[in-house]
Design a protein around this ligand. Structure first.
Ligand SMILES: NC(=O)c1ccc[n+]([C@@H]2O[C@H](COP(=O)([O-])OP(=O)(O)OC[C@H]3O[C@@H](n4cnc5c(N)ncnc54)[C@H](O)[C@@H]3O)[C@@H](O)[C@H]2O)c1
Length: 276
């Protein structure tokens, strides 16, 4: 993969104070982009921006609650004031706090406030950031929008119903944008992310759970933030200039195989039969 494929570009990464957003911001900066590190957590955003700057990159932190139209409009204005333009929006922010996860359950037990919060941050937030970023991109007739989605937006699960619905809707929002602004040089894609926990998140998942998930990957292991960030950089750059309106799946093959694969493998191992 070529280095510095984003020289001269300006990227906004939302939810970039930690996790996958911070790693994506680092990789976009490594490829030469000036990066706005946006988050509701200003201290965290400042730390990431300072780290990028101390490594020779260009970054600045700007606080915004993406669910607030006023915050988002001010954030994009601050980015334009600082860096002059907007070329890339990586809409990565999502509400994933422990409290939110505990309330966003199966539908019969759904906490309606948690539902509304998920929609406000994950979906309305992404739309608002797109609304203001597209207005800037139209000025130069070029831009790339990327929406962080999840396997849970494409496959059913036992809990996190609001999160899942918000991620599924983002895939459609991305297609609407691709359709509406494609002729004006603006591309839009969803990135369906598989399990790619930040190092500090591994500890919060029981090893038995990680093992079940690992067994369902076709790759040797679950993903890493860097593997996701590399795909973000691809979608942000001209290397993906013919890719728009799609959902790119980066999940180590987790969602592509038959649901019975792991159980079949176990059965073959038990009986000594050769399944493949
Ligand atoms: N990590 C994974 O394995 C994984 C898997 C599938 C999808 N994803 C997606 O990737 C993205 C990042 O996930 P992560 O694991 O790094 O999560 P994370 O919780 O570590 O990061 C989310 C960031 O969003 C910020 N945020 C929350 N509410 C906000 C608001 N209202 N305004 C602005 N910022 C806000 C948080 O402060 C945090 O920095 C999410 O969209 C998530 O759905 C992650």
């Amino acid at each position: 993969m070529s280095e510095r494929k984003l020289d001269g570009r300006v990227a906004i990464v939302t939810g970039a104070a930690g996790g996958l957003g911070a790693e994506s911001a680092r990789v976009l900066a490594m490829h030469g982009a000036s990066v706005a590190i946006t988050d509701i957590d200003l201290d965290g955003a400042r730390e990431v921006a300072a780290e990028i700057e101390s490594g020779g990159g260009r970054a600045f932190a700007v606080q915004a609650d993406v669910s607030s139209e006023g915050d988002v409009a001010a954030m994009v204005a601050a980015v334009v004031d600082r860096f002059g333009r907007v070329d890339v929006l990586y809409s990565n922010a999502a509400i994933l706090s422990v409290e939110q996860r505990q309330r966003d359950r199966d539908v019969a037990n759904m906490d309606v406030e948690a539902w509304d919060r998920a929609m406000a941050v994950n979906l309305r937030g992404a739309m608002l950031c797109a609304k203001y970023a597209i207005r800037e991109m139209l000025k130069q007739k070029k831009g790339s929008l990327i929406f962080a989605t999840s396997g849970l937006g494409a496959q059913g699960d036992l809990s996190l119903s609001a999160y899942a619905a918000s991620k599924a809707a983002l895939m459609m929002l991305s297609k609407s944008i691709a359709t509406q602004y494609g002729k004006e040089g603006i591309r839009s894609n969803a990135l369906q992310i598989g399990l790619a926990p930040a190092e500090n998140a591994h500890g919060s998942m029981p090893p038995a759970v990680i093992q079940i998930l690992r067994d369902n990957h076709l790759t040797p292991d679950v993903g890493s933030p860097r593997q996701i960030a590399d795909v973000v950089a691809f979608l942000a750059s001209d290397e993906s200039s013919f890719v728009t309106g799609t959902t790119l799946v980066a999940d180590g093959g987790f969602s592509c195989h038959t649901p019975s694969l792991v159980a079949m493998k176990a059965l073959f191992a038990q009986t000594g039969a050769k399944g493949m």
